[in-house]
Design a protein around this ligand. Sequence first.
Ligand SMILES: [Zn+2]
Length: 486
Amino acid sequence: MRLAVAIASATLLTGLLPVAPGAAAAAEAGEAGTNTAVRAGMAAAPGVGRPGAGDAYFPGHGNGGYDVRHYQVTAAYQPAEKRLVGRTRLRAVASQRLRRFNLDLVLAASSVRVGGRPARFSQRGRELVVTPRRAIRKGDRFVVSVAYAGRPASISHRGARPFVTTRAGAIVVGQPEAAPWWFASNDHPSDKATYDIRLRVPRGREAISVGRLAGRKRVGDLVQWRWVMRRPMATYLAFAAWGDFRVVRGRAGGVRYLYAYDRALSAGVRRRAVRSLRRTPEVTRFLARHLGPYPYGDHGGVVTKADLGFALETQARPVYDAAFFRRGAGLQPGQNTSVVAHEVAHQWFGDSVSLRRWRDIWLNEGLATYLEWMWDESQGLGSVRSEFDYWYDHGGRAFWRLPVGNPGRDRMFDNRVYVRGAMTIHALRREIGDAAFFALLRRWVGERRDGHGTTTQFERLAEDVSGRQLDGFFDAWLFRRSRPLL
Ligand SMILES: [Zn+2]
């Protein structure tokens, strides 16, 4: 994710107090109600899947007891009524015996089936509690089908409101959560799955999502756009946009490109957006030289008029708030390729190699920001060294006070996580040398492709590649509340 308004001045940081992660997590668990088992650190009752994936930052996100392998999502959106009618059919494997389990969904369910048979269910907050007619045995594969409907833009859950209406439709996108506003899911990045997404819109409109456009067909009064993502994807990396888009397709380096530009963009914004996104293949080639092959067969971007305030690395097709392409945004006149480089870098760091727990967010943002700096340098827009030196010399006390390796739920997207994350990466490069550093990046994304990685695993690999003991290094850069010595 890249925030549209980055905090660029160190003085703005003064007075920001880092929230202790424990406090944030406890606050959420305390409100969660259904999460008493997680809060107490106890196992749930026998046969009952936990109502959370065990993430300290978001105890209510995701669920325990099963692993989703594939989602088939059908979501029809009627802009006139602002109403979504959906159905999620998912295939999962039980990791324990399940006489009851949860899914994440904020829309009202009208029917739930497990293995084709009606199941009992209840809903509270973002939790859908499902009781199948017969308990599922550990290791069994099972299919759940959920039908639901509602007006998702009017639903907020603890401040999150990731479904946004636009002039001609709507977009649902967000980090760390957006999925429960349009499909029933195990909404945590620790459970990745493949996707078949069928979005329905009134004729004459477009419906855009992740991956490959696998076809369009009439369904009653609506047109269905089918999108297929065959490589494992975290739930927050899926998005859906129904609306009025100009779609541009192409091919480069064996990859299919599809861009979608909101037709409501002003001429100037559209010009700068097209000029920037058109360079996506060039940015991707630059990054692939350092990281190894681009992880997906599809690529592109979506520029929305919706006032999101961010760009997000949605898988194989990032979403950009039009604000990134306003006059004067970015470092170059007439275009902003820095944000493109950031979101494309995430395709390796965050999308292909995903977080297991949100506290490791610096791994996503630090690496994406660092590759963004490298791209800028390659374009003659400053240098990695000068970025590092500027912040090292002028960061100030508040800048160093946040332990970016565990910033707390409310500081996940704090600018310090990005900048100090990237500085940690640069300091590591200086510490172990270019050869070991680039070998580390390539091995990290190569060995963990389509999987996960934690801070500890990254540290181990850095030690392995460099032959150095780096405990003290990472502790100083990620977990202390003061400026590390060089
Ligand atoms: Zn980011």
